[in-house]
Write a protein that binds this ligand. Structure first.
Ligand code: CA
Length: 610
């Protein structure tokens, strides 16, 4: 049974709970029911009315398996104070209410609905279970939406409340995380990446104190991640919105599904690495719970859409008129992308890499612009020292290798600014398979070479392109050591990363419980999972273990010695003298005594020769 807790918001409203009555109204809901005797569609047997007839032996069972519901039109708004339910009297009945969701709305089609409660425990046959509702807004329409694949099976439903429009001072979240509740027009479930479904998106946050609710469209997104039953979505608000604590005010946002990532935190942890490595832009990302048409979908990450935009990839936005002179030179956003061939706007570079042009978009780019950015990309491949920004390329590389991400060169964003010849790398994106989550590279730290050379996937000829830089170029290696050394003297420490993991684990605790009720896969290998750990805590512990191993692995591979938070150039007694590089990254020998005065780099650290 669910315990009774007085609701502070309603108490402030003047002992509303005490005055609350069991509410009556016109029964509404999914019209078609199932007659189990003949297994046929029905409108007379097991109807929605039977969830409100006060008889525990009768029940509502819908013909469709999912997104079905039963509720009441109360005639006027009521602040709901309590909901009650009882499962159908059969073997599966008690389980079939778990993750059922109660909602309230003021539009009859429930497109403006807000959640009131989610059931997290099995029901008891023949008994009502009750839960207090902490939502101060009044609703004319209330309903119970059955969990996925349950035919809404429920014996009885009850709603309690008091008349009134209420207020928005306290709304309800499923957990400590913000709740993203999507309701589509006509209940259409997004089904592909091409069709935008009209919707209303509500985001309840700050413990129920704030609400963002506006018109939007929703569709599926992603490539590999779209093949999982827990779908990833893209939201596009009709108007630009500030969402949660994101820096950008934008229309487009992504909901990353984290299906193969059972820690639900890999992207968020990698974004922290990106910040530590001082990438110029790290995508915004935050964990949320998602409801779609009243059905609980799981724990997601609400993230930036990677696009040309203020506070995202912040380069000049082009128009079709920008066809010559400096205007033609930027900005552009491209993605070296194994799936480029499926995109409307792409090219294959002269080095053999498939590249999607993300911005300008396929429907606005001119032929001159497309030709220009392709030429720039080819030039960068031919003469990368002149046309590739090494700073962002190497920082991005280090985030990919530190996280052990096998997808680093499967999908790689790059951008070009107006009036600047170089291509920049970033942002980092997509870490589902990172942090020891890919059987093709497991165990990452047992490999002697970089992940991208040890089973990592790559688009086109990216592996050999990256080899030219990080394997064969001493200058790039010196610069990499320098960047790494700087990070190691800053926040890139085991202590900081473990603290991040601890904090994410605490943040996700309530949400992961719900998520793995909905997707009970902790004992099933999905995507490229190399191993089963059997529990959320053990999945997270695997990431901790990886981070502890990976930092010293990276130190060794890069040729950097980390001592008690203070860098040293080489291990004492090292028999191999370290190569010294000038600031252009060219090797100048190993003996500092013979060098001309100036600044050099040795072992990843700057060195002054007098
Ligand atoms: Ca009944």
């Amino acid at each position: 049974m669910v315990c009774m807790v007085p609701s502070p918001a309603l108490a402030a409203n003047g002992s509303a709970a005490a005055a609350a009555e069991k509410l009556r109204g016109r029964v509404i809901g999914t019209a078609e029911s199932v007659d189990y005797r003949s297994f046929a569609r029905s409108t007379t047997v097991n109807t929605r009315e039977m969830a409100f007839d006060g008889d525990m032996s009768t029940y509502f069972a819908s013909w469709e398996r999912s997104y079905t519901w039963a509720g009441l039109d109360l005639g006027e708004p009521h602040v709901i104070t309590r909901v009650g339910w009882s499962p159908r009297n059969d073997g599966q009945g008690p389980q079939r209410v778990v993750l059922g969701v109660f909602e309230g709305a003021n539009r009859e089609d429930f497109t403006d609905a807000l959640p009131l409660y989610v059931i997290t425990e099995q029901g008891v046959i023949g008994q009502m279970a009750y839960a207090d509702v902490a939502c101060s807004r009044g609703f004319r329409y209330v309903r119970y939406v059955g969990p996925a694949d349950a035919r809404c099976n429920v014996a009885e439903l009850e709603f309690y409340g008091v008349p009134g429009a209420g207020c928005d001072s306290l709304l309800w979240q499923l957990t400590n995380l913000p709740t993203v509740s999507i309701h589509t027009q006509d209940g259409i479930v997004p089904y592909d990446k091409e069709h935008d479904i009209a919707a209303t998106v509500a985001i309840v946050a700050d413990g129920g104190a704030t609400l963002l609710c506006d018109a939007a469209t929703v569709r599926e997104r992603g490539n590999g991640s779209r093949t999982f039953p827990k779908r990833p979505y893209r939201i596009k608000f009709d108007r630009k919105q500030r969402v949660l604590s994101a820096p950008a005010k934008a229309k487009k946002w992504t909901l990353i599904n984290n299906y193969g990532d059972k820690t639900l935190m890999r992207n968020l942890l990698a974004f922290e690495l990106s910040r530590i490595m001082q990438m110029p832009y790290t995508p915004f990302g935050t964990a949320v719970d998602v409801l779609l048409n009243g059905e609980y979908k799981g724990c997601y990450q609400l993230c930036d859409q990677v696009q040309v935009h203020k506070h995202r990839v912040d380069v000049e936005e082009m128009t079709p008129a920008d066809t010559d002179g400096e205007a033609l030179t930027g900005g552009y956003l491209v993605e070296v992308d194994a799936y480029a061939g499926e995109e409307p706007s792409w090219f294959r570079s002269s080095y053999g890499n498939p590249v999607t042009i993300k911005s300008p978009s396929a429907d606005s780019i001119t032929a001159v612009q497309a030709e220009y950015i392709e030429d720039c990309f080819d030039a960068m491949e031919r003469d990368w020292p002149a046309y590739l920004d090494m700073n962002t390329f190497l920082r991005h590389f280090l985030v990919g290798e530190l996280s052990g991400n096998t997808d680093t060169y499967w999908s790689l964003f790059m951008y070009k600014r107006r009036g600047c010849d170089t291509l920049f790398t970033g942002p980092v994106w997509d870490f589902d398979l990172a942090f020891e989550n890919d059987n093709r590279t497991y165990p990452v730290c047992a490999k002697s070479d970089w992940v991208y050379r040890s089973g990592g996937s790559y688009a086109g000829n990216m592996r050999s392109f990256v080899d030219r830089i990080v394997v064969r170029d001493a200058g790039a290696q010196a610069q990499m050591r320098y960047i790494w050394g700087q990070a190691r003297e800053g926040e890139l420490t085991e202590g900081h990363l473990l603290a991040c993991i601890d904090s994410l684990e605490r943040l996700l605790e309530q949400s992961q419980r719900l998520n793995f009720m909905r997707w009970p896969i902790l004992n099933t290998k999905v995507h490229q999972n190399p191993r089963l750990y059997g529990s959320y805590a053990a999945e997270v512990e695997n990431v901790r273990h990886y981070v502890r191993e990976r930092l010293p692995w990276m130190d060794a591979r890069i040729g950097y010695t980390y001592v008690d938070g203070v860098a040293a150039t080489a291990a004492a007694g090292s028999s191999v003298p370290l190569m010294i590089y000038n600031l252009h990254g060219l090797p100048v020998g190993t003996d500092a005594a013979v060098l001309r005065p100036g600044v050099y780099v040795r072992g990843g650290r700057k060195m002054l020769v007098h």
